[in-house]
Design a protein around this ligand. Structure first.
Ligand code: NAD
Length: 499
């Protein structure tokens, strides 16, 4: 049995708390490794090292820091296959999807190569007689991030790349379900030239998270995960005086207008609903066709596509559409919600409950499901299922469809499929959701834009990556300097104004 480690001060360090979690192979249901769960003392040791290392790194000029990011991109590309294989082995997603996970993180690293430009301050020459005014964006010091299981490469990189490019030290507490890739990323960063102690990985669960939340030296916390934990981390982190941004769960609606290209809409729903077994915060889990005729046409197109989906282990190569879900508990929760949908009167049009995969009977595979005639009061509509389950809610008008998405407590992503530019424009303007797709089912913004939802999908204000990340990971200092030919004598007692 492999025993994983922490990554502290440039070295793999064994856990000392005596507590471990099982890291599963979701395809076989077997335990493949043990990951140590840090206690407060182990976290504090990493913080001490980060605190000692950070001032020198913060003083390195931004171009040199950017060069580390540049070298890191090269190493990520060099090791892409290795990273994807390790990711699929612990997470279960297919290899092409695992490469996408690395790639979407890598693109944020590429963006961070622009740190010298992004960190430039403002300058006003001659704000007054002999007076110049300028701003500096300075690092916060020691920062930390807590990440979910579903993107074990991308989300850590979304956090640590800008944090480090800004001159901070970063402590990553990855998901205990798939910790190997985060450990590999830390090693690669140091191979790229990052000094020891600037990136550290402390594995753990609630105990280490609470230690992060309560540690005085940690200045900021980034969190991505489920909404109840996001809300908890935001509350406790903020009350401890930290800068906190938390991204939570989702229930993303896709509205299909009667004039939409129905083949295109159905193809989009298949990828967005069932890709990565539905374990994406930007998955479409609710389809909202407008009008019964649209709904009937859509269902007719969806069913044969769903029945053709290939579910299997990543080792089957490119022939698989999606893999297992992450744990037995996740599978049990999905199946429980499916039973509730049936009991509450939804029409289970595609029933994957009997799905079995020969040779992988103990794996956490869930067959694809499609519900029709789902209503707002059902648990499968209200809750995030995070599995290969698509719910169809029939709306009688565009306004009803819009209200459905607007009234849902989550507001991460949404999409509309239509040929009508006016409807699309109205939708994009009025919807109270952070990321909107127009004939695009998974509108994940690119690295140089920002990523974030609204409503219960977020706690805090600034988004992830793009220019917002450079705000989140820096403090602004504004300097007013006067080099007059002669400083006026005597105090001034009224507020200075520029006359
Ligand atoms: P999770 O909330 O269970 O875990 C996320 C992190 O929090 C992990 O590192 C975990 O160790 C830690 N954690 C878990 N329980 C904790 C507790 N009681 N106290 C303190 N820390 C705790 O989420 P998950 O299952 O790993 O990820 C799936 C969730 O993440 C889904 O809800 C999904 O929508 C969401 N997600 C959101 C986004 C986004 O950007 N909005 C992106 C990806 C995933």
């Amino acid at each position: 049995m492999q025993e994983l480690t922490h990554y502290i001060n440039g070295a793999h360090v064994k856990g000392t708390s005596g507590r471990f979690a099982d890291v599963m192979n979701p395809a076989t249901g077997e335990v493949q490794a043990k990951v140590p769960l840090a206690n407060a003392a182990e976290l504090a040791q990493a913080v001490d090292i980060a605190q000692a290392a950070q001032p020198a790194w913060g003083a390195v000029n931004p171009q040199r820091r950017a060069r580390v990011m540049m070298a890191f991109v090269g190493l990520l590309n060099r090791d892409m296959d290795k990273l994807a294989e390790a990711l699929s082995r612990e997470h279960g997603k297919t290899l092409p999807d695992a490469k996408g996970d690395v790639q979407r993180g890598l693109e944020v690293v590429e963006y961070c190569i622009g740190a010298p430009q992004l960190l430039k301050g403002e300058f006003t020459d001659s704000a007054g007689p002999g007076i110049d005014m300028y701003s500096m964006k300075q690092p916060l010091g020691v920062t930390a991030g807590i990440t979910p299981f579903n993107f074990p490469a991308m989300i850590p990189m979304w956090m640590f790349a800008p944090a480090i490019a800004c001159g901070n030290a970063f402590i990553l507490k990855p998901s205990e379900r798939d910790p190997s890739v985060p450990l590999m990323l830390a090693e690669l960063l140091e191979e790229a030239g990052l000094p020891k102690g600037i990136i550290q990985v402390v594995n753990g669960d609630k105990e280490s998270v609470d230690a992060i939340l309560d540690h005085d030296v940690i200045q900021s916390i980034g969190f991505v995960g489920s909404t109840p934990i996001a809300e908890y981390i935001y509350g406790r982190g903020c009350s401890n005086g930290k800068r906190v941004q938390c991204f939570g769960g989702a229930k993303n609606h896709m509205i299909i207008m009667p004039d939409a290209d129905m083949d295109q809409a159905a193809d989009a729903l298949i990828g967005a609903g069932y890709g990565a077994a539905g374990e994406r915060c930007m998955a479409i889990s609710v389809a909202v066709p407008v009008g019964d005729e649209t709904a009937d046409r859509l269902i007719e197109k969806l069913v044969p596509r769903i029945e053709k989906l290939k579910v299997g282990p990543y080792t089957s190569g490119n022939d698989v559409d999606y893999g297992p879900v992450v744990t037995a508990a996740a599978k049990a929760n999905i199946l429980k919600l499916i039973e509730s949908g049936v009991a509450q009167g939804a029409d289970l049009v595609v029933d994957g409950r009997d799905f079995k995969l020969q040779g992988y009977e103990d794996g956490f595979f869930v067959g694809p499901h499609l519900f029709d005639r789902v209503t707002k009061d059902m648990d499968i509509y209200k809750q995030e299922i995070f599995g290969p389950v698509l719910s169809c809610v029939r709306a009688q008008s565009y306004d009803e469809a819009l209200s459905l998405a607007m009234d849902h407590e989550y507001g991460n992503g949404t999409a509309i499929f239509t040929r009508d530019g006016d409807a699309a424009r109205d939708f994009a303007n009025r919807i109270n959701i952070g990321m909107v797709g127009i004939n695009v089912p998974i509108p994940v913004p690119l690295a140089y834009h920002t990523f974030g939802g609204w409503k219960k999908s977020v706690f805090g204000d600034l988004n992830q990556h793009g220019p917002d990340a450079f705000k989140f990971y820096t403090r602004t200092k504004t300097v007013t300097s006067r080099w007059p030919s002669g400083i006026k004598e005597g105090g001034e007692f009224s507020i200075p104004v520029m006359e």
